[in-house]
Design a protein around this ligand. Structure first.
Ligand SMILES: C[S@@+](CC[C@H](N)C(=O)[O-])C[C@H]1O[C@@H](n2cnc3c(N)ncnc32)[C@H](O)[C@@H]1O
Length: 191
């Protein structure tokens, strides 16, 4: 699997490395996006599924995670079962670039490299329903496509204290971006 992932890094559909949003930021993100039991949350590249498991356990939201890495898929399914939310959370093993039912998402979360966000940018705008939200962590969506539709950018300072007091202020990059899909799709996305 390790070598399969290594070669996948050169694939145009490679969206980002295995990493996970810190739990504190998962909770911030769900609060900033106002996720409730009425939501269907997608996480494109869901790794261990923590965003969806937290959304289901804390808010009762339904979730769909798509993940290319088989081990991560297993972890996510286990995590959902352990939290008792497997009836709310579906974890798919596959390529997020090929997802064809984003229209049912009311919130789509993505913690991906800038090239991953760029790869999915048009698909998100074309496929998601007007009024639905896209939430990204650390990296924003391409400015030329999405800045007009940015509702919130929240920077969160780290509470990590390395012993000497004060800790490290990570608010320069520790950011949550919440966008809303407009009622009328922009011209660039009709072509
Ligand atoms: C930075 S991690 C984010 C994990 C999770 N969303 C979170 O916030 O905790 C990016 C994930 O995307 C996955 N990934 C990369 N390219 C993918 C693709 N084309 N389809 C599905 N998953 C992909 C990686 O395996 C990795 O688990």
């Amino acid at each position: 699997m390790a070598s399969a992932m290594a070669s996948f890094k050169d694939d145009p559909d490679y969206l980002g490395p295995i990493s996970a949003t810190p739990q504190k930021m998962v909770e911030e993100m769900l609060a900033v996006a106002g996720v409730t039991a009425a939501d269907v949350v997608f996480d494109l590249g869901c790794n261990d599924g923590r965003v969806l498991v937290t959304a289901a356990a804390n808010a009762g939201a339904r979730g769909v995670g798509v993940e290319i890495d088989e081990n991560a898929v297993k972890k996510a399914r286990t995590k959902a079962a352990e939290a008792g939310v497997e009836h709310l959370v579906e974890i798919r093993h596959g390529n997020a670039c090929a997802v064809d039912d984003l229209a049912v998402a009311t919130v789509c979360f993505a913690y991906l490299l800038p090239k991953g966000n760029a790869k999915l940018s048009e698909k998100l705008m074309r496929s998601m329903a007007p009024g639905s939200r896209v939430v990204t962590y650390v990296f924003r969506l391409p400015k030329e496509h999405w800045d007009e539709h940015l509702e919130t950018c929240k920077a969160v300072a780290s509470t990590r204290d390395r012993g000497g007091g004060g800790g490290v202020d990570t608010s320069g990059f520790n950011k949550i971006f919440v966008y809303r899909v407009p009622e009328t799709r922009p011209e660039w996305c009709e072509s």
